[in-house]
Write a protein that binds this ligand. Sequence first.
Ligand code: AMP
Ligand code: TRP
Length: 341
Amino acid sequence: MTATAFTPRVFSGIQPSGGLTLGNYLGALRRFVDMQDAGTHECIFCVVDLHALTTWQAPDKLHAQTREAAAAFIAAGIDPSRSILFNQAAVPEHAQLAWLFNCVARMGWMRRMTQWKDKAGKNSEEASLGLFAYPALMAADILAYHATHVPVGEDQKQHLELTRDIAAKFNHDYGQDFFPITEPVIGGPAARVMSLRDGTKKMSKSDPSDMSRINLSDDADTIAQKFRKARTDPEPLPETYGELKDRPEARNLVDILAGLQGRTSEEVMGDVAGQGWGQFKPYLAEVAVETLGPITTEMNRLMADPAEIDRTLGAGALRAREIASPILAKTMDIMGIVRSV
Ligand code: AMP
Ligand code: TRP
C-alpha cells in the first residue's frame, strides 16, 4: 500500500443540545477560529443535530438551538465564505456513511467508550441505540470529508481514537489506503473547562445547575454573579501554578482566565499570585465579559434573522455535499455496494 497524500482539512462539530457554554467556546470554537485564520487547512464546521437526537430533544427547541449554535460559530469568528458551515442532517452522506461504519466498528469498541458509560449510566437498557452508535456517526462526520485534523476538547479524545480505529480497520479489511488516520488537535489551558460548582466535573450544557456554567447567552451581570458564587477553597492563590495541583476549583478559574487571555496558565499566575478571591473573581469576570460580550451581542443580532441563518447553513450544506458525495460513493464501491448516481 502506498501512502495517500490527503488534503489538509479540518472538521469539527458541536451538538445543538442546549445553549453553548464557555467550555465550548474555549475548548472548541475559539480554536476553530484560530485554525480557520491560520489559512493552512480547508475548514469544515458542523452543527451536529443528528447527534443531539441521541437524547430526547423537544422539536421546537431543537430548531432554535441549531440556529443558535450556527450563530455562535459566526459570532465567534467563523466566516461562512472561508469555512464551510452547515447542519449535519442537511448532508445525508453523514447518516449513510455512519451505517457503513456501524458494520465496521465492533460492539466491544463502543462499550468501552467512557461517554457512553457516563451518559447511559445504570440504565443502559433504556438508552437509545443511537447513543450507543454515536461514535460511528462521529467517525462518519470526519471521514466523509477525509479530514486530517480535528480540533476538540479533551472529552472527545477517546471518540477520535475510535475514529482512527474505524479508518484503520476499513483500510485493512478492504486492502486500501482510503481513509486518513485523523490527528486530534487538543490542547491549551482550556481543553477541559470544569464546572463552576464542582472542579472534578466538566462544564456542560446539560448540567441541571445553570450556576455550574457560563452560557454564551449570559449577560454581564449573570457572568459576574456566576464567578462570584463559583466554588473555591478558602486559600488565596499561591505563587506558582504547580501549587494548584490538588486545588481543582482554583486551578479551573486560573485556566479559564488563561484561556480567555490566550496565554498559558503559568504566565497568568505571574500576574495573580497571592490574590484572594475577592480580588481575583471580579477581575476574571471583567475579562470574561470583555471577551464574551461582543460575541453575545453579535449572536443576538444574527438570531433576529433566522431565515438568513438557514440560508447560510443551506449554502454550506451544498458545498459540504460536493466533498462528501464522491467519498461516500467510493466507499460504497470499495465495499461492493452498487450505487447509481
Ligand atoms: P458538545 O457540546 O459536547 O457538542 O462539544 C462540542 C465541543 O466543545 C467539543 O470539541 C468538546 O470537546 C468541546 N467542549 C465541550 N465542553 C467542554 C469543556 N467543558 N471544556 C473544554 N471543551 C469542551
Ligand atoms: N461528539 C462531539 C461532542 O459531543 C461532537 C461531534 C460530533 C464532533 N461529530 C464530530 C466533534 C466530529 C468533532 C468531529 O462534543
